[in-house]
Ligand binder design. Structure first.
Ligand SMILES: NC(=O)c1ccc[n+]([C@@H]2O[C@H](COP(=O)([O-])OP(=O)(O)OC[C@H]3O[C@@H](n4cnc5c(N)ncnc54)[C@H](OP(=O)(O)O)[C@@H]3O)[C@@H](O)[C@H]2O)c1
Length: 314
């Protein structure tokens, strides 16, 4: 049996539950490929699951390999796979864990990697860009000329949300801390709000859509920025229904769905120079605990990456 290095979690707990182990490689099933993972994205959901915070909503079977997004190279294809071949560089999502040298993934959640990006850069894209696109345009129905407020604009989802909303022709108001203001402006934000110095409810009004990637108090405060009939789409917790009703606006939680077609669209935009990625920090697989500590801090600029292989060609 072939084995691989992987991070596994055996019980809910702190970052020291992220153990580097030698375990069997997974086998690709019908409609799946086996991928040699070069880089994995580290999402806040990963530490929320590890700590047990999500156990009533998303229970896990122990031991499990954390992580959902990756970039790598197809090693082998499973039965009835004709769209991908061994040796092809891909990026996408896997339900089976990506903090590992190999993962399996259904072809419907993968696409050829953008040629302009390294594997590290490509691993920043799948969850952040998919959630931003679907949250803005499917759930939020954002139109050209509308005003959108993006909370958490410098994060792994927000960096894509700002770029998509700007390219749609919306007026983009974005919240971030002072150290990320210039960066978020360069992504296409029209108005920047430093969330530490300024109360958004004092500065922002008549917004058609709030795209909330922060949750909690930031989400609650954003209700008063909406115009009557506006929408709040949050990806970070349950919205305050009572506020929504009192202000005659709608509010809903949204979760992104993996899509090979959307990944293909992102790859085209990236290779055409129309979509940028940002890496907050890179850690080797053996330092997954440091990556989780940083993710739990809630601050950064783009997506944290675990580099699984040291040699990375584009
Ligand atoms: N529903 C879904 O499908 C889905 C998908 C992906 C993520 N999520 C959730 O969405 C949230 C964001 O995810 P992410 O991957 O973008 O997280 P992330 O990359 O960890 O985002 C951190 C960013 O949030 C900013 N931030 C922190 N507090 C803020 C505040 N009060 N106001 C404005 N910005 C603030 C930080 O900026 P500074 O460094 O400048 O402080 C940092 O850039 C998480 O809760 C995650 O679990 C949900």
């Amino acid at each position: 049996m072939s084995t691989m290095h992987a991070i596994r979690v055996h019980t809910y707990g702190d970052v020291d539950q992220l153990q580097l182990e030698q375990i069997p490689q997974p086998e690709p099933q019908e409609g799946e490929v086996l991928v040699r993972v070069h880089a994995a994205g580290v999402n806040p959901l990963d530490w929320k699951i590890r700590s047990g915070w999500m156990k009533s909503i998303m229970p896990v079977a122990f031991p499990y390999v954390p992580g959902n997004e990756f970039a790598g190279v197809v090693e082998r294809v499973g039965p009835n796979v004709s769209t991908l071949r061994p040796g092809q560089a891909v990026f996408g999502q896997s339900p089976g864990g990506t903090y590992a040298e190999y993962c399996t993934a259904p072809v419907r959640t993968l696409a050829p990697k953008p040629t302009a990006l390294s594997f590290d850069e490509a691993a920043t894209v799948p969850i952040g860009a998919t959630t931003a696109w679907q949250g803005l345009f499917v759930a939020g129905e954002l139109q050209a000329g509308q005003r959108v407020l993006i909370l958490g604009a410098s994060g792994g989802v927000g960096t894509f949300a700002v770029q998509f909303a700007h390219s749609k022709g919306a007026y983009v108001i974005a919240t971030t801390s002072a150290r990320n203001v210039a960066f978020v402006r360069s992504l296409g934000a029209d108005t920047l709000i430093d969330y530490i110095q300024t109360r958004i409810e004092d500065e922002v009004h008549d917004v058609d859509l709030v795209f909330d990637a922060v949750g909690g108090e930031a989400s609650t405060c954003a209700f008063s920025t909406l115009k009557r009939g506006g929408k709040l789409i949050t990806i970070a917790g349950q919205p305050d229904e009572a506020q929504a009703q009192a202000r005659s606006v709608s509010a809903s939680f949204f979760a992104g769905h993996p899509s090979a077609d959307l990944l293909g669209t992102f790859a085209c935009l990236i290779d055409a120079g129309q979509l940028r990625t940002s890496i907050a920090a890179t850690f080797p697989l053996s330092e997954a605990h440091k990556a989780h500590e940083l993710s739990q801090s809630g601050h950064g600029r783009g997506r944290i990456i675990l580099r699984v292989t040291e040699h990375q060609d584009k």
